[in-house]
Ligand binder design. Sequence first.
Ligand code: ADP
Length: 491
Amino acid sequence: MNILMAASECVPFVKVGGLADVVGALPKYLKKAGHDIRIILPKYQSIDGKKYNLQTLPYKLQTQVGKDTESFRLKYCLLQDNIRVYFIENMRFFNRSGVYGTDGIDYSDNKERFIFFQKAILESVKALMFRPDIIHCHDWQLGLIPAYLRTNLKNDGFFWNTSSVFTIHNIAYQGQFGSDTVKIAGFSWEDFTSDKLEYYNTVNFMKCGIKLSDAVSTVSPTYAKEIKEFNGMGMESVLNLRQDDIYGILNGIDYDYWNPATDKNIKANYSKDNIQGKAICKADLQKLCGFEIKKDVYLLGCVSRLDEQKGFDIIIDAFYKLNNADIQFVVLGSGNSEIKRKLQEAVKKMPKKVAAFFDYNESLAHKIYAGCDAYMMPSKFEPCGLSQMIALAYGTAPIVNRTGGLSDTITYYNHFTKHGNGFMFNITYGENFVQTILKSEKIFKDKKNWNVLIQNAFKSNFSWDKSSVEYEKMYNITVLNKQNENIFTHS
Ligand code: ADP
C-alpha cells in the first residue's frame, strides 16, 4: 500500500507534543509490514538541513493561497529504515522561530500557513508521481486534505484511488476560521454547506477532517468514546454522524528510544532486572533541582506542555498543601505564561521542595522520567498521553486522573492483590489529587509493595507492534470501501 503520513510535527525533526512521537514511530512499523510509507512535513526554520542531510529536489512548485501565488521547494531525506521524508520549504510561512507561534501565542496567519501546507502536499505528490492509497492526516492542521479530495479533486484521476484517514490527537485544537477561508483555500461557495465545509458559518478544519475523511481515528479507545459523548468540544454531533467509521487506537511508545538500560541522557543505566541505577538517577536529579539528596524522600515529577489541560492548577495546589510532607516536586515545561508565573512563585516560596525548568529539554525530560519515584499527570482530559507510558518504561509510577488514554493505560495499584501499575483519582467524582499522592506515598514507604508496583510498571507494554496492526486494519477497510465507492462513481 502507498501511504503518505502528512503532519505538522514528527520526531526527530520537530516536536511540540505527543503527535510528533506518533508520526515518528508509526511509519517504522508500517514500513516493516511492507508498505511504501512516506512522511511529509513543513520545513521549519528549526529543522537543521545539515544535520539531517536534506537534499533539495529539482522541482519548482507553486500553489495558490487566496490571491497569492506561493512558490515552494521540496527537500528530502531518508529516515531510519529508509523511510522517505519530504519537507515543504517556503520562506514566508515556515522560516520563523516557532512551530505554531511564540510564547504560547499562535501566529496570526496559521490559517494561511496550513492552507498552504496542505495544498502544497497535494501538488507535491503529483510532482513526485507518488500516488497514495492513503493520505493519513493528523490533527486540524491537516483537516482540509480530506475536504479537497471530496470537493475540488473529486474528479482528478490522480486521486481516484486515494482515501484519506484523519487522526484526532487532541480535539481541543480545531483550527476554526472565518468564512473567508472558503476563498483563501480555493474552495467553491457551493461546498460551504453543513454536510461539507460549513460549521456555524465558519470553516473549522477539524470538522472538515472528521466529516469528509474516509475514516476517522483517535488515539485511545476511551477518548474515542468520550469525544462522542461529552468531551468533543462541540464536535459531538459531527462525530456521532460518523459513529461507524471512528476507530480508537491506542498510541504506543518507542521502547528502543525510551529505554533506561541504554539511555545516554541519564546518570546510570538500569532495567527491571537490575534497578540499582535508578537510585543514582534520583540523586542526580535531586542535585540538579537543588534539593536535599535523600533516597527516602518521595520525588514526584512532570514533563509537559504548560497548558490548563494538563491540570497545573491541581499540581500547584498540591505543592502548597503538601509543603510539610516529605515530598519533592520537579516540573519541566514550556507554554502558557500564567502557569509559568505560578510555578515560579511556588519555587520562590518553597525552593527546597519545588523545582521548575521552563524550556523544551529532551535530555532533562529523560532525567526526570528516570530520577523520579512517581509521575504526576492530573490532566483534565487526555486523548492518549505518552508521558505516563514513558514513566512506566522508566519504572516510575504514574499518578493520573481517570480520563481518556490514562484510563486505558493505568490501573490502581492494589496492595492486596498486587495488581496495578500506578495510582488514579477521578476529578469528576470529586476525588482528590493530594489524597491520592498521600496514599501513593504510603505505598512508597512500604518498600516491598513499592518494588512490586515498579515491576508492574516495567511490565506494562504499549509498543507499536499491536497498534500499528490496528492502523493497518483501518487502512485496509478504508481502501476496500474506496474501491466499492469507485465502482459506482467512476465506472
Ligand atoms: P501532549 O501530546 O498533549 O503534549 P503527551 O503526553 O501525549 O502530551 O506527549 C508529550 C510528549 O512531549 C512526551 O514525550 C513528553 O516527554 C514531551 N514533552 C513535553 N514537554 C516537554 C518539555 N518541556 N521538554 C521535553 N519534552 C517535553
